[in-house]
Design a binder for this molecule. Sequence first.
Ligand code: MRU
Length: 370
Amino acid sequence: MKVKGQPTRTIWVEAEPAEGRPGSIGIIDQTRLPHRFETTSLRSLDDAVRAIRDMLVRGAPLIGATAAYGVALGLHGDASDARLKTVYDALFATRPTAVNLRWALDEMMRTLQPLPEADREHAAWARAAEIVEEDVAINRRIGENGLALIREIAAKKGDGEPINILTHCNAGWLATVDWGTATAPIYLAHEAGIPVHVWVDETRPRNQGAALTAWELNNHGVPHHVVADNTGGHLMQHGLVDMVIVGTDRTTANGDVCNKIGTYLKALAAHDNGVPFFVALPSPTIDFSLKSGRDIPIEERGAEEMTHVHGKTESGEIGTLQVTPDGSPVVNYGFDVTPARLVTGLITERGVVAAEEEAIAGLFSERRQD
Ligand code: MRU
């Protein structure tokens, strides 16, 4: 997508490694958005670990892409089997829920393990670059498949009526390498001249909707309103939502969808009000090793995300403000699971499919694990 008119991705190669010097990867520091657009460089395994753990990069596909380059950075000067394991373990421990992390690390291992040590670093940079390109292509296809759904709704609604789409968290281009998953159909519809309007859930506690999705849509001129997290049900009761499109961090073999905390409540409200609830997902987000969403590890994050809000002060400084009383304990679950029965369809790179075990396995038969 474009930032200040310039084509921009969320991750890019600044320099490949050369004799005696490690390579360098560029990322957008998403902890500074929407108030500052700042980029930073990753030059080591530790940098990549910190970027994922501290959420400078976030969103399942981008976590995977960053981990792939983290492996490449981590092999500089030592590409032994022991080092490969250290690198894998360090990156794997950064965040527990998005399965794209494990998928990308396993892809890297599959490529690198059979190779002689001397060839591994170069091969790691090459495979990481492929993973990044694959992500862009996959998301573009998700966009085209989702666009067909938006067109169907537009045809039913009649000329000029905006299609109201509710989304939760940020499954936008910032969460991927480019395009986003949930936002890809929205961007393509907007480009095609179909009037779309997006309800952006603020997504407490980290406000990925209010800070990141709103920033993206604003930047690209897509009409939208940010709403408090609990507004979706009211909007749906009043016919103000034509469809919901969300992303996912891990979808299990039976079609259960794990996504940012609060997604389940949107799915319940959509079900109650007959609003189609779609999940946009690239195939690396499908975990065929898990039969049901109950087995997904749910990230519990630090209390400070609940006790404090992060934002820009009136004087333009970026800072935090405490919102809870001193001493009140909090819990902070990062994700929840929406049962497959509440999902109207999964928008994948190979088409829109029912959230059902046989249908998913049929579409991605090469990954099936029986
Ligand atoms: O905690 P985050 O910001 O990494 O959570 C991101 C989400 O929940 C996204 O919806 C999900 O990763 C899909 S991104 C295409």
